[in-house]
Design a binder for this molecule. Structure first.
Ligand SMILES: [Zn+2]
Ligand SMILES: [Zn+2]
Length: 96
């Protein structure tokens, strides 16, 4: 019995070694991010109807409009961003 988790090759990119698993498969953090982003439904900018681009700076997926540069957040994401910013000592300015 092997008590130590050995590094597995990520099953998604078959390249990165990882100790992490996602849904029972060895998955490196980059691939996990991509999977989560791909699963998020595409959103449309309420201002100009552009499809929002997904960005994932702090494990939080945000939707940004490429046209008006507006950022649209799901409920709860603003709190997660504030926490991430505080832990990194960043200041966030917001117009709500
Ligand atoms: Zn991977
Ligand atoms: Zn827009």
């Amino acid at each position: 019995m092997n008590w130590f988790k050995k590094n597995n090759t990520c099953t998604h990119c078959n390249k990165n070694k990882t100790k992490r698993e996602f849904e029972g498969q060895p998955t490196c953090p980059e691939c996990k991010k991509k999977i989560l982003i791909a699963r998020e439904p595409n959103r449309i900018c309420p201002v100009d109807g552009e499809i929002l681009l997904k960005e994932n700076p702090h494990e939080i997926i945000i939707d940004r409009c490429p046209k008006c540069k507006g950022i649209w957040l799901d409920a709860g994401e603003i709190e997660a961003i504030k926490e991430a910013a505080q832990s990194e000592g960043l200041a966030i300015g917001m117009i709500l």
